[in-house]
Ligand binder design. Structure first.
Ligand SMILES: [Zn+2]
Length: 323
C-alpha cells in the first residue's frame, strides 16, 4: 500500500495520468522489517528521518526530544512508515509525543497523523492545512479517483490546533519556533530549534532535488529562501526531500528556481509557447541540474508550472476564509 500511494502521488503529478490500480498490485513491496527511512542524529536530541532511496516513506520527517516530551515534524505518506517512526522514537525515549507539526497539507507529509494522534499528540498546522488536507489532496489521484483513495484522503487526521503566522512550542527548557513562509503551497511552516541551530524546512527546501511546483508561487518562494539563509550560521537545514544541508544548499535550491524562472521568462518574451518553450528550456536546465533527484519526474512539469505562473494562468489553492 505505501508504494501504491507513493506511485500514484508521483505519477499523477508528473505524468499527468493515472495508471490502473492493479498495475502496481504486483510491484507493491511486502512490509519491510527495517524502516523506510534513515534516522540522522543532528545533535541536541534532534533527529531527521530521511526517506529511503525508493521513496517508501514518501518524504522526510523528524523529531525533537525535550525534557518533558517529543515534537514530531511531519508524518510521512503512509501510516506504516509513521508507525515505524513512532517505534524508533520509543527506542530513544518513553516521554510523551506532545506535538506534531504538519509543515504543509501535501499527502506525503500528513498521512501518518492519526498514528501520532492515537499516541496522544496534538497535531498543529497553519490554518490553510486544515482547509486543504481533505480537499486539495484529492487532485493527486487524478480525475478518476477511486472510492478507496477518496476515503483515504477524507479520512486523514486533520490538525487540531491552527495558527496563522506561527506559534511557539515549549518542551521543558527548550523553545521551538514555528514560522509560516510563502512559496510551496501557501500554508507552509518551518520549525526552528534555536538552541541547536536546526531548521526543519518542510518542502520549502529540496536538497539537490527538483521540487514539486504544483501549488507554488516561485517569486515569493525565492524571498523565503533568502530569509532562511539569513538565519545566523551555521544552521542545519532539513529539507522535505533529500539529505540535510547547509546555507549553501539552500542557496543552490534558490538558484534553481531563479534559473528556471529566468529561462522560462526569456522564452515567453521571445513568443515561445507549449512544446516549443519546453523543448528550449529543458536542455538548458538539464545541463546544470540533470543530476538532481526527481529531474526526470519534475523537470517538464516545473517548466509548465512556471510558464503558467508567469502568464498569470496558474491555479493555486485558495486560502481558507477567516473564521
Ligand atoms: Zn509538498
Amino acid at each position: 500500500m505505501p508504494n501504491l500511494i507513493r506511485r500514484y502521488f508521483v505519477s499523477s503529478i508528473l505524468l499527468g495520468v493515472l495508471l490502473p490500480f492493479g498495475a502496481f498490485a504486483q510491484t507493491a513491496a511486502p512490509q519491510a522489517s527495517s524502516p523506510p527511512f534513515t534516522l540522522k542524529p543532528l545533535g541536541h536530541d534532534i533527529y531527521a528521518a530521511i526517506d529511503d532511496a525508493k521513496g517508501d516513506a514518501g518524504a522526510n520527517s523528524g523529531f525533537v526530544i525535550g525534557e518533558n516530551g517529543v515534537l514530531v515534524i511531519d508524518t510521512f505518506e503512509n501510516e506504516a512508515a509513521a508507525k515505524q517512526l513512532l517505534a524508533e522514537i520509543r527506542k530513544l525515549t518513553k516521554l510523551p509525543i506532545k506535538f506534531v507539526v504538519n509543515t504543509h497539507y501535501h499527502l506525503d507529509h500528513v498521512a501518518g497523523n492519526a498514528v501520532f494522534e492515537e499516541a496522544g499528540a496534538v497535531v498543529l498546522a497553519q490554518r490553510n492545512v486544515a482547509a486543504w488536507i481533505h480537499t486539495e489532496n484529492l487532485k493527486f489521484f487524478g480525475k478518476n479517483i477511486k472510492p478507496e483513495q477518496k476515503a483515504l484522503v477524507e479520512g486523514l487526521a486533520a490538525p487540531a490546533v491552527l495558527y496563522d503566522s506561527g506559534i511557539e512550542l515549549i518542551l521543558g527548557s527548550r523553545e521551538i519556533l514555528v514560522r509560516v513562509f510563502p512559496g510551496h503551497t501557501g500554508g507552509d511552516s518551518v520549525v526552528i530549534i534555536p538552541d541547536a541551530k536546526v531548521v526543519f524546512c518542510g518542502d520549502l527546501f529540496w536538497r539537490n532535488t527538483l521540487p514539486n511546483l504544483i501549488d507554488a508561487s516561485t517569486e515569493k518562494w525565492m524571498k523565503t529562501l533568502e530569509s532562511l539563509q539569513s538565519l545566523s550560521a551555521p544552521v542545519t537545514y532539513v529539507p522535505g526531500h533529500g539529505e540535510p544541508g547547509n546555507a549553501h544548499d539552500v542557496e543552490a535550491f534558490q538558484g534553481y528556481l531563479a534559473d528556471l524562472r529566468g529561462l522560462v521568462k526569456k522564452q515567453i518574451d521571445d513568443g515561445k509557447t507549449g512544446d516549443d518553450l519546453v523543448g528550449t528550456v529543458l536542455p538548458a536546465i538539464k545541463e546544470k541540474y540533470g543530476q538532481w533527484n526527481f529531474f526526470g519526474y519534475f523537470a517538464k512539469r516545473n517548466i509548465l508550472d512556471v510558464d503558467n505562473e508567469l502568464l498569470g494562468t496558474k491555479k493555486i489553492p485558495q486560502p481558507a476564509a477567516a473564521p
